[in-house]
Design a protein around this ligand. Structure first.
Ligand code: SAM
Length: 275
């Protein structure tokens, strides 16, 4: 039976506020699993089970899938679509609100890949939730609004470049693997999407203190039109004079803006300012 018929049979009502736009096309689902680089050795955490279409495609390739949704009204649908898959565990739980320790109790300690097609308003918190955790995440493959995808992979000195771009660069390498037309969702949302794959690289950026680097990046984008020196002076406990001297001693112009600097620049400046 087709997914749309199964949903209808169970009287499922789509909830707009939970971003319930489901993917049904087999070739696209398989392509997303390929983008995620899922192999038979992988444990995968899927966020946003929906009707279980992507879950089934992941389960075909992965060793084990832990899938999470918040809408228990999906339960009868999912019993029918993924209930027979013995490498899938379904959980009704908000991973964003769940502590690392509680997540580990469910999934164990093995490294895992994250695959997510969730509402657009939770994509950035979700990406940050895994980037900032000490959980053994190998990669994140996330369906996001096209505009968010552009921000995740932006280059310095462009409008899209921001603190989220650098948060990703601190932990790994991101790329857009495909754009997805709104017509491929059921029901169709108002915007087009893109799949972003982030490979996590252990100790990608080596600095004296990672928290300080994150603070410096946030300061750098506090007021985009201000210079980095002014933003440091206004938000960190460091005088503008010290900030200026440090930047100049490292070979930067004293009026450089945060948006012009790469992750390596930020790392260099963070190490020089941190004591
Ligand atoms: N993965 C499915 C697909 O590709 O068809 C469903 C995608 S649909 C865009 C998003 C799903 O995320 C919905 O089923 C919704 O109930 C679920 N969801 C919404 N907020 C969530 C959250 N905080 N944690 C987990 N799932 C959530």
């Amino acid at each position: 039976m087709e997914i749309k018929e199964i949903l209808k049979k169970h009287g499922f009502v789509f909830k707009k506020n939970l971003g319930q736009n489901f993917l049904t096309e087999g070739s696209l689902l398989r392509a997303i699993v390929k983008d995620a680089g899922v192999t038979e050795d992988d444990t995968v955490i899927e966020i946003g089970t929906g009707a279980g279409t992507l879950t089934s495609a992941i389960a075909e390739k992965a060793k084990k899938v832990y899938t999470f949704d918040v809408d228990t009204a999906l339960e009868p649908v999912l019993k029918e679509t993924i209930g027979h898959l013995n490498n899938v565990t379904l959980n009704f739980l908000d991973v964003l609100k769940c502590k690392d320790i509680d997540l580990t109790k469910i999934i164990g300690e093995e490294p895992f890949k994250v695959v997510a097609n969730i509402p657009y308003y939770v994509t950035t918190p979700l990406i940050m939730r895994f980037l900032e955790s000490s959980l053994p995440v190998k990669s994140l493959t996330v369906m996001v609004q096209k505009e968010v995808a552009d921000r995740l992979i932006a280059e310095p000195d462009t409008e899209d470049y921001g603190a989220i771009t650098l948060a990703v660069e601190m932990r790994g390498n991101a790329r857009i693997t495909r754009t997805v037309s709104r017509q491929l969702f059921h029901p169709a949302p108002k915007v087009d999407s893109a799949v972003v794959h982030i490979d996590i690289v252990d100790d990608k950026i080596k600095v004296k203190n990672k928290e300080f680097l994150a603070k410096l990046i946030r300061a750098g984008f506090q007021m985009r039109r201000k210079t980095l020196v002014n933003n440091i002076g206004a938000t960190l406990n460091i005088s503008k004079e010290v900030a200026k001297q440090t930047l100049v001693s490292l070979g930067y112009n004293e009026s450089v803006r945060g948006e012009a600097l790469s992750i390596d620049d930020y790392a260099k400046i963070a190490d020089a300012l941190y004591n």
